[in-house]
Design a protein around this ligand. Structure first.
Ligand SMILES: [Mg+2]
Length: 152
Protein backbone atom coordinates (compact mmCIF):
# COMPACT_ATOMS: atom_id res chain seq x y z
CA UNK A 1 0.00 0.00 0.00
CA UNK A 2 1.66 3.17 -1.22
CA UNK A 3 0.25 5.51 1.45
CA UNK A 4 1.35 3.09 4.19
CA UNK A 5 4.91 3.05 2.86
CA UNK A 6 4.95 6.84 2.90
CA UNK A 7 3.45 7.30 6.35
CA UNK A 8 5.39 4.61 8.16
CA UNK A 9 8.65 6.43 7.44
CA UNK A 10 7.45 9.28 9.64
CA UNK A 11 8.40 9.11 13.30
CA UNK A 12 6.63 10.80 16.18
CA UNK A 13 3.04 11.93 16.09
CA UNK A 14 1.54 12.42 12.66
CA UNK A 15 -1.68 14.23 11.83
CA UNK A 16 -3.17 13.37 8.46
CA UNK A 17 -5.73 15.91 7.24
CA UNK A 18 -8.09 14.42 4.68
CA UNK A 19 -10.16 16.37 2.22
CA UNK A 20 -13.64 14.93 1.52
CA UNK A 21 -15.01 15.74 -1.96
CA UNK A 22 -12.89 14.06 -4.60
CA UNK A 23 -10.66 12.43 -1.96
CA UNK A 24 -12.88 10.03 0.02
CA UNK A 25 -16.23 10.99 -1.57
CA UNK A 26 -17.00 10.74 -5.27
CA UNK A 27 -17.33 14.29 -6.56
CA UNK A 28 -20.60 14.39 -8.46
CA UNK A 29 -20.45 17.40 -10.76
CA UNK A 30 -24.23 17.38 -11.24
CA UNK A 31 -25.06 17.03 -7.57
CA UNK A 32 -22.41 18.90 -5.60
CA UNK A 33 -24.73 19.60 -2.64
CA UNK A 34 -26.65 16.42 -2.10
CA UNK A 35 -24.65 14.57 0.54
CA UNK A 36 -27.34 11.96 1.15
CA UNK A 37 -26.52 10.25 -2.12
CA UNK A 38 -22.79 10.85 -2.32
CA UNK A 39 -20.85 7.73 -3.15
CA UNK A 40 -18.09 6.76 -0.73
CA UNK A 41 -14.75 5.77 -2.29
CA UNK A 42 -14.69 2.48 -0.41
CA UNK A 43 -11.22 1.29 -1.39
CA UNK A 44 -9.72 4.52 -0.07
CA UNK A 45 -11.84 4.47 3.07
CA UNK A 46 -10.79 0.89 3.80
CA UNK A 47 -7.13 1.92 3.56
CA UNK A 48 -7.73 4.76 6.00
CA UNK A 49 -9.52 2.42 8.44
CA UNK A 50 -6.58 0.02 8.25
CA UNK A 51 -4.08 2.81 8.91
CA UNK A 52 -6.09 4.13 11.87
CA UNK A 53 -6.17 0.67 13.42
CA UNK A 54 -2.54 -0.18 12.69
CA UNK A 55 -0.54 2.95 13.54
CA UNK A 56 -0.89 4.44 17.02
CA UNK A 57 1.20 7.49 16.10
CA UNK A 58 -1.00 8.50 13.16
CA UNK A 59 -4.22 10.43 13.76
CA UNK A 60 -6.62 11.13 10.93
CA UNK A 61 -8.54 14.39 10.67
CA UNK A 62 -11.04 15.72 8.17
CA UNK A 63 -10.34 19.11 6.61
CA UNK A 64 -13.29 20.06 4.44
CA UNK A 65 -15.00 23.22 3.25
CA UNK A 66 -18.69 23.77 2.59
CA UNK A 67 -20.63 26.69 1.17
CA UNK A 68 -23.61 26.48 3.52
CA UNK A 69 -24.02 25.89 7.25
CA UNK A 70 -26.20 22.87 6.49
CA UNK A 71 -23.14 21.18 4.95
CA UNK A 72 -21.62 20.73 8.42
CA UNK A 73 -24.51 18.48 9.42
CA UNK A 74 -24.62 16.71 6.08
CA UNK A 75 -20.91 15.95 6.10
CA UNK A 76 -21.00 14.76 9.71
CA UNK A 77 -23.87 12.40 8.89
CA UNK A 78 -21.94 11.06 5.92
CA UNK A 79 -18.85 10.54 8.08
CA UNK A 80 -20.93 8.88 10.82
CA UNK A 81 -22.05 6.40 8.19
CA UNK A 82 -18.84 5.74 6.27
CA UNK A 83 -15.90 6.77 8.46
CA UNK A 84 -16.99 6.88 12.11
CA UNK A 85 -13.44 5.99 13.14
CA UNK A 86 -12.67 9.68 12.69
CA UNK A 87 -14.39 11.18 15.74
CA UNK A 88 -16.31 14.44 15.66
CA UNK A 89 -13.57 16.37 17.44
CA UNK A 90 -11.18 15.50 14.59
CA UNK A 91 -13.51 16.77 11.88
CA UNK A 92 -12.73 20.28 10.73
CA UNK A 93 -15.54 21.43 8.46
CA UNK A 94 -15.20 25.10 7.58
CA UNK A 95 -17.83 27.23 5.89
CA UNK A 96 -16.83 29.50 3.07
CA UNK A 97 -19.54 32.10 2.83
CA UNK A 98 -20.80 32.95 -0.63
CA UNK A 99 -19.20 36.24 -1.58
CA UNK A 100 -16.20 35.65 0.65
CA UNK A 101 -12.99 37.07 -0.69
CA UNK A 102 -11.11 34.02 0.52
CA UNK A 103 -10.82 31.05 -1.79
CA UNK A 104 -11.12 27.52 -0.44
CA UNK A 105 -7.42 27.11 -1.13
CA UNK A 106 -6.57 30.13 1.03
CA UNK A 107 -8.89 29.00 3.83
CA UNK A 108 -7.26 25.55 3.97
CA UNK A 109 -3.75 27.01 3.64
CA UNK A 110 -4.41 29.39 6.53
CA UNK A 111 -5.86 26.60 8.66
CA UNK A 112 -2.83 24.34 8.16
CA UNK A 113 -0.34 27.17 8.61
CA UNK A 114 -2.02 28.30 11.84
CA UNK A 115 -1.86 24.88 13.51
CA UNK A 116 0.21 25.13 16.64
CA UNK A 117 1.73 21.68 17.02
CA UNK A 118 5.00 19.78 16.90
CA UNK A 119 3.24 16.88 15.17
CA UNK A 120 4.13 16.15 11.57
CA UNK A 121 1.30 17.43 9.39
CA UNK A 122 0.17 15.63 6.25
CA UNK A 123 -2.51 16.93 3.90
CA UNK A 124 -4.25 14.78 1.29
CA UNK A 125 -6.42 16.75 -1.16
CA UNK A 126 -7.59 16.40 -4.75
CA UNK A 127 -7.57 20.14 -5.47
CA UNK A 128 -4.29 21.33 -7.01
CA UNK A 129 -5.14 24.90 -5.96
CA UNK A 130 -5.10 23.86 -2.30
CA UNK A 131 -1.86 21.92 -2.66
CA UNK A 132 -0.30 24.69 -4.76
CA UNK A 133 -1.20 27.41 -2.24
CA UNK A 134 0.46 25.42 0.54
CA UNK A 135 3.47 24.51 -1.57
CA UNK A 136 4.15 28.26 -1.93
CA UNK A 137 3.49 29.19 1.69
CA UNK A 138 3.98 26.27 4.06
CA UNK A 139 5.05 27.56 7.45
CA UNK A 140 4.31 24.24 9.21
CA UNK A 141 6.19 22.21 6.58
CA UNK A 142 3.11 20.12 5.87
CA UNK A 143 3.72 17.10 3.69
CA UNK A 144 1.40 17.47 0.70
CA UNK A 145 -0.17 14.64 -1.25
CA UNK A 146 -2.59 14.52 -4.12
CA UNK A 147 -5.57 12.22 -3.48
CA UNK A 148 -4.04 9.63 -5.82
CA UNK A 149 -1.64 8.73 -2.98
CA UNK A 150 -4.61 6.66 -1.77
CA UNK A 151 -4.42 4.39 -4.83
CA UNK A 152 -2.33 1.19 -4.87
MG1 LIG B 1 -11.67 18.05 -2.75
Amino acid sequence: MFIENELKRLTGNVRVYLDMDGTIVHYDVNNPDNYDIKRPLIDRINKIKYLIKTYDNITFYILSIGNKDVHIDQKNKWLDMYLPLIPKENRVILIRNIGSQLSSATIKKNYINNLNTDDTIVLIDDDPRVLGALAKDNSNNAILYKDSILSD
